[in-house]
Structures are given as C-alpha cells and as structure tokens.
Design a binder for this molecule. Structure first.
Ligand code: AMP
Ligand code: ZN
Length: 457
C-alpha cells in the first residue's frame, strides 16, 4: 500500500507521490524564538517528526529533506528585548537552543535544515522586488504590501473570503493599503529597533515572507509537503502561497498541505493568549520525554487532543508494559524490519491510534510466548518503536527513571545506602522500615551478591 495523506488543499486523503523520490521535500513552520514554548507547539513538531520518519522509511533516509525554520525577527522578540534589556541576538539564540533541546528530549530527529529568518534578508528583499515587478506588490509610506487582488486563488486553502478575511487577518485598516486585506511584506523600523537597509528605507520583513524565502532557498520553488498547525492555514499559509506563486510564475508552493489539530485544555485551545499553557521545559522536569511523546501521538494528528495529567500517567503505564517485555532483549543489537501492520497504519495518513492498537496487540501476543519466539517478537516491537521514536531507552534505566510522582533516583539511592548501613549495624528495624516505605511507593528492592538494586514496580 502506498503512503496516503490528507491534503488540506484538496480536502481529501490523497496517495502521496513525490515529484522526485530521490529528493522528497517537506517544510514545517517553526517557532518564533522569544520565550519558552508550550506543549501545544510541541504537538505540531512531533506529529511532523513522525511524518519525516515515515518518509525516511519509504524513500530512504538520504532522500528526504526536511526544513523547519526559526523566526528570529518579530515584534514579540523586539518587545521581549526592550522588557528584559537582553540583546535580541542573545534571546533568539537562547530560545532556539531551548527548543532544539526540548524536541531532542521528545525523541524528535533533527531536521535536515533549520534556517533562521535573519540569515535571509537579502533574499527577502530580492523576492519583494520580483513581486513588485510582477505587479503583485506595491510600496507605500516605507511599507511594501502584497496586493491580494493579484492572486486569483487567494483563500483557496482555508476557504476564508470577504469580510472574514479582513476580520480574520486582524489587520489594521491602514490608510496606505489599497485593500484592507493586503498584507505586509516589508515594514519600516524605528531608530531603536533592528532593521536592514532596503530600497524602501530601513526596515524589516513581514513574517509570512520569511517562510516563502526560506522554502525557495532551502528546498526549491515547489515542495512536496508543507505542514503546520491548523491555525496557520489563514492568514499565514494563504499568504505564503500567494507570495510564492506570484514570484514563481504561478508555480504552486506545495503539492500537499498537512495541518495538525489543536491540543486543548478542557474545551479550549492551549494558547499563550488564554494563559492556559503547560510549558514543555517544565513538563520535562517531571516526565520522561518519551512519555510526553507517547501522549502527544495518542490521538490522530487531525483530531483535537485533550491534555491531562491522567493522559501522562496512562502513557507512562503503557510504556512500562512495553519496556517490561524489552528487558528480555536489552542485550541484543538485532534490528529486524518493523511489523507490516504498524507500517501500514502509519502510511494511512499517520494513523497513530491504529498503530498503538497494533503495538498493544503485538505486546500481548509476545507476552504469552517464551524463549526464542518471545525474543523475536520483542525485537520486532522494538523495531516498530524505532520507526516511531519509542522504546530506544535501556529498559533498566527506564525503570529507574523518575515517573513524576514518587521519590527520585537520587533519593532512592540515598535510602538504599542508609539501609545498607543499618543492616551492617544490625539495626533491622530501620532497614526493614526503609524497605517497607519504598515498597509502599512502588519501589522494589532486590538484594543480590553485589548489594541491593532497585526498580520501579
Ligand atoms: P505560535 O507560537 O502560536 O505561532 O505557534 C507555533 C506553532 O504551534 C504553530 O504551528 C501553531 O499552529 C502550533 N500551535 C499553537 N498552539 C497549538 C495548540 N494548542 N495545539 C496544536 N498546535 C498549536
Ligand atoms: Zn510558515
């Protein structure tokens, strides 16, 4: 069966056929780096990391080019710099690194390219000049605006039109705009703000333009798959499409469009403006990255995902069951092909609920087996996990990991040392109490010839 993906533009699931199977291209709109990101932002990155993995599986790792940008010039960054007194450069470097480290902890593969907007300013100016020449953009009062009337298909991706367009764009109805829905390609910079010289004066690029330029430079005029959160369909992706098509003689920006659904708190979208956010870096203090990843992929990517503490607890318990089986093959480096059932589920528009069901079924079957058959089944499960970004930790280390509740590994080690001392002093009341207290918290102590070891039950 071929890979099929739901294409937002076509509004249906389509068989995926890359323009060139030797160079499959995908792009994900990345974060604006001025602050810590929340777990809703991470959902987008993790869903499309899974897509990247499935494409690599299909076409070979060397044949997939994946670019995810950093927006490192923006009003929000300038405000953060004014508020904290830290230079812009310092802020954006710090938070780009934080984001990279977080996704690494969530077992995301590094994209092949992570371009930054400020590295591409001359290319942005060149693209604007092309748009002006093509009659799709105009300069006015230090700004350059894209004229949406120049692009007949404007609104086709999102289905947004007319008044909705104007309201949705939350545009200031500025006097220099010919149409209130025209959007900014270049805007003037105040003296105390960062800016670059341009034919229209000192200024900085608009956000939408950045992606069009980084795609053109890093991947080409038309890419295979463009991805992002569903809130980006309008205006961001609509604007990317219009700019790129008008700069490239009508060539489409992307052949397929994929959008992930929202992560929610109760019935609300998790978002900074609502203040209902859980920051990824905070969450990683309490939970292994793999547990968070499991929770993020537990719903189908186009469905909403309700974020709860209970979801994390369940995810941990489910992973524990897999790792219990994987203890048997901890010493084996064998790497069989992942089971066909799992691959097929993923190739069906990244159907992770079906893939999870397949993993559970395989685990249940394997757990009934013994000896060689059990080992082989466990290895195949680990191979499925490798494809999806799971099961690669050392099982012994996994069961020593902090679960979020209960004592930390250091605390347990300290208690075990105290218990050893008590036993040496023949103070069995104390040593038994330590063992019982730990048992009550789900920590099992195993005494062996080299002293005691422990694991989480
Ligand atoms: P923002 O910081 O709002 O520009 O978002 C960065 C990325 O995260 C975009 O791709 C958004 O679509 C995505 N995103 C933001 N909030 C959520 C959410 N609650 N659930 C899923 N994706 C989100
Ligand atoms: Zn973008």
């Amino acid at each position: 069966m071929s890979l099929a993906v739901y294409d937002t533009m076509a509004r249906e699931k389509r068989v995926f056929e890359p323009a060139d199977p030797k160079r499959v291209t995908m792009y994900v709109c990345g974060p604006t780096v001025y602050n810590y990101t929340h777990i809703g932002n991470a959902r987008s990155a993790i869903v499309f990391d899974l897509l990247f993995r499935v494409l690599r599986h299909e076409y070979g790792a060397a044949h997939v080019v994946y670019s995810r940008n950093f927006t490192d010039i923006d009003d929000k960054i300038i405000t953060a710099s004014k508020e904290t007194g830290a230079p812009i450069d310092e802020i954006t470097k710090k938070f780009a690194q934080v984001y990279t480290d977080e996704l690494d902890a969530l077992n995301a593969l590094a994209p092949t390219g992570t371009p930054r907007a400020t590295e591409h300013i001359p290319d942005m100016i060149a693209l604007i000049e092309r748009l002006i020449e093509a009659g799709a953009a105009y300069a006015a009062e230090g700004h350059v605006l894209f004229s949406i009337e120049a692009f007949a298909d404007y609104g086709r991706l999102s289905g947004v039109d007319g008044d909705e367009m104007i309201a949705g764009a939350r545009v200031e109805v500025a006097p220099y705009k010919k149409n209130p829905a025209d959007f900014v390609l270049w805007k003037p910079a105040a003296d105390d703000e960062p800016g670059w010289e341009s034919p229209w004066g000192r200024g900085r690029p608009g956000w939408h333009l950045e992606c069009s330029v980084m795609i053109e430079k890093g991947l080409g005029e038309t890419i295979d798959i463009h991805c992002g959160g569903q809130d980006l369909r309008f205006p961001h992706h609509e604007n990317e499409i219009a700019q790129s098509a008008c700069a490239h003689d009508g060539a489409p920006l992307a052949r397929y469009w994929m959008h992930n659904g929202f992560l929610r708190m109760g019935t609300d979208k998790m978002s900074k403006s609502l203040g209902n956010v859980v920051l990824t870096h905070e969450l990683l203090k309490d939970w292994p990255g793999e547990v968070i990843r499991w929770a993020l992929l537990s719903a189908h990517y186009r469905q909403p995902l309700e974020w709860t503490e209970d979801l994390l607890r369940q995810s941990k318990r489910q992973l524990d069951r897999f790792y219990r089986l994987l203890e048997d093959v901890a010493d084996s480096k064998d790497e069989p092909a992942p089971p066909e059932s799992i691959v097929l589920a993923l190739k069906d528009d990244l159907n992770t609920p079906e893939a999870y069901a397949g993993l559970h079924e395989l685990r249940d079957i394997a757990a009934q087996m013994e000896g060689e058959a059990r080992r082989n089944a466990a290895l195949r499960l680990r191979a499925a996990g490798r494809l999806m970004g799971f099961f690669q930790a050392d099982p012994a280390a996994w069961f020593k990991g902090d679960s979020g509740d209960g004592p930390t590994a250091e605390e347990i080690d300290a208690l075990l040392a105290k218990r050893a001392e008590a036993r040496k002093a023949k103070d069995f009341a104390t040593s038994d109490k330590i063992r019982d207290d730990l048992a009550a918290q789900g920590i099992v102590i195993e005494d062996g010839p080299d002293g005691a070891t422990w694991r989480r039950a």
